[in-house]
Design a protein around this ligand. Sequence first.
Ligand code: ZN
Ligand code: MN
Length: 476
Amino acid sequence: MFEVIIGLEVHVQLNTKTKIFCNCATSFADRQNVHTCPVCLGLPGALPVLNVEAVKKAMMFGNAVNATVHKKSVFNRKNYFYPDLPKGYQISQFEIPIVENGHLMIDFDDGTQKRIGITRAHLEEDAGKNIHEGDRSLVDLNRAGTPLLEIVSEPDLRSADEAVRYLKKLHAIVRYLDISDANMQEGSFRCDVNVSIRPKGDDKLYTRVEIKNMNSFRFIQQAIAYEVERQIEAWEDGVYEDEVWQETRLFDTVKGETRSMRGKEESADYRYFPEPDLLPVIPTEEMFKEAEKIPEMPDEKRKRYVEEFGIREYDATVITSEVEMARFFEKMVEEGASAKNAVTWLTVELLGRLKGGLTLENSPVNASQLATIVKRIEDSTISGKAGKEVLDYLFAHEGADVDEAIEKLGLKQVSDDSAILALIDEVLSSNSDKVEEYKGGKEKLFGFFVGQVMKASKGSANPAKVNELLKERLSS
Ligand code: ZN
Ligand code: MN
């Protein structure tokens, strides 16, 4: 039996307005190379100036993961050549990163959690982009110099499933903090995975293989599964030493396999040395105080939801797993929906209808509309079934008013006594034989009468009212 050891390095793009060492905008949807200057083009003699906003965001992250935020950290040059890195080195942090020794809790479906260590988080600049067009390659430096926070986990993860749970939690945390849009498709949240195996019971660490640059939870899961199997097979076939060595591999998303890209560099290969053009990072007292003001994090929110609203722990975990969902839920409760029904209508009815690129952020139905549907069910204006019809109507008629939709669809429940009594009398007089049987002791016929009245009202009668009035009528 083997144990799987996984450590993750995640690069998070910080959402500052300008780049980390110059005033260029961090916007790379525009025409190539327009957001560039001598600093981010790497022209000789240009001097970097540190963007304090990037430092503040890194400090907030440190506090959110219970880490040490260093009073003094240092930038280094990491030397390597690549066409999208015109300076010939990346400014990064090495021996003394801004954040060290933190942890976060990953969530399992049964409500239990596991602590995963965060070794460090350091600030660095992003590189540009190589664009390959036919037989030539172009370089776009709009992205060069965008601030990144590289977050390195301890090798505490034991399966692909745990790795994905860690990434989801980390993703939620940076979104809650609003320090990154963490958009995976656009590469603002990307991940390198280190995988090794060892016989169970062994505490030695064996050769780790790095799988680079992944930006989808599904592919990360597949890549780890493939790599683990490859290493175990090599071990069992007695060719581990020959086939598993320290290297960087890429995941081929089409073939579903990892393949060798290059030998993994040791840190000595980068000839790190302190960046002579930047002073050490020494945040002020005030910056430390500011960085402590972080919003309520997923774990705190979850605890509060269970205590304050009495919802199930599992539901609270689902709701707090994404900041948009937590906001949507809180808004619904604020608007007067009960927490329990808000959970169901949000996670089952609304999410079930958000398909084909629709998300909570661009949902055709907002929190206030959904809360109104829930309230109309709770005050018996409409039935739960009718609520679903209203929701479907709102999906087809974006921006429609809930009460107008109820009117228009004729879904209002009849709660008016006289109207329901009229229906009851009609049903009872046309079923006089059954009324006799009922009065003679065949009490289970009661359900039949309820059904007939509901049918006569075309489902619009308030069932509780029907029950109440029917009982009265039959006992008189
Ligand atoms: Zn610039
Ligand atoms: Mn990095």
